[in-house]
Design a protein around this ligand. Sequence first.
Ligand code: SF4
Ligand code: SF4
Length: 377
Amino acid sequence: METISKAREENAGFLARKHLATLLEAGRALGYRWQGPQLRDGAIVIAPLEEPTALPWGTGDRQAAGEYRTRPGDPRRAFAWANGPQALKPLVFAPRETLWRVKRDAQGRLAFAAETPLVPRTAVLGVRACDLAALELQDRHFLAPGREDPHYAERRRGLLLVAVNCTHPAATCFCASTGDGPAAESGYDLRLDELDDGYIVQVGSQAGLALFEQLTLQPVSEAQWQAAASATEQAVAAQHRVLPPGNLSGPLFDNLDHPRWEAVAERCLSCGNCTSVCPTCFCHRQDAAPGLDGASSDQQRSWDSCFSEGHSFVHGRSLRHDTRTRYRQWLTHKLGGWHAQYGRSGCVGCGRCIAWCPVGIDITEEAQAICAGGEHE
Ligand code: SF4
Ligand code: SF4
């Protein structure tokens, strides 16, 4: 049809909700397995996705400091929620994996072998703008020229990302203030705007175009474009938390003795939840896991946190032996040191660390209090 051709020429089209299954089928035909959001144990999580019916239709979320709950939402919508505890991080930076193995042969010689993951090509549906921004930051770390991490690189290579613009930010979200959302501007292969009866689909890459060309699309009407733009504007307006703008290195490192560090340490449990859910945190530890046969050992990498005692363990002692110095390390690195290392802040405003902190510590409040200098209540 001429109209469909025209829509494809413009790399945008409207996918009716009843045709959403064709997106998954087309992805599978191109060799991808799907992952997507699903309701499990009271949270929206990313899991293997077989059918659109498994998506969280009619589910919203309510998030606040120290609180995450799902709640009933619009049954016509599968993406009318902000985010769940995961971002893309577990798909590329595995929570635990073997990096290499060593075995002793019958003659007593040791043979070392790298363990590279075999990862099927994976398409992810429902990626948020903040998660794309976080992935781009993790790329800067794990794919830095000359020190590329082969495990991350292998997983990253096979990813196809279908973003869905966020229309229902949580009270904890502040991606508008960090410039990372709520609409996806880059880093996606396809981008969707969810409307009541379907999706505006836009192409962001050659891989996305290959998928796009398999879809049954209609031209996007002016009213549909306007509905999508209006939803994004409302998502910006709905955000009330803000992070102080710019490079906070100066104000943070100038206030290393601020009393607020002690005040936050009185509440902080040093549990590391904030770093686990943070889509940009990349700290990890490596441990040897000797085999029971006494002739082999695996070198394993697992997520670590600057809140753990072992994270700063050097020459027989922990350099950051109390919660005050650990929280300070997290905040000063995330919002200050990252600028020198990676050219921007390490926070993309997803708000997960606020919602999933068991005592409701709010990074925006802490940053504002410390960067303002002086003493604060
Ligand atoms: S620091 Fe908090 S709000 Fe910022 S990216 Fe990490 S989890 Fe999200
Ligand atoms: S700030 Fe909250 S989530 Fe992070 S370590 Fe402290 S108590 Fe745990």
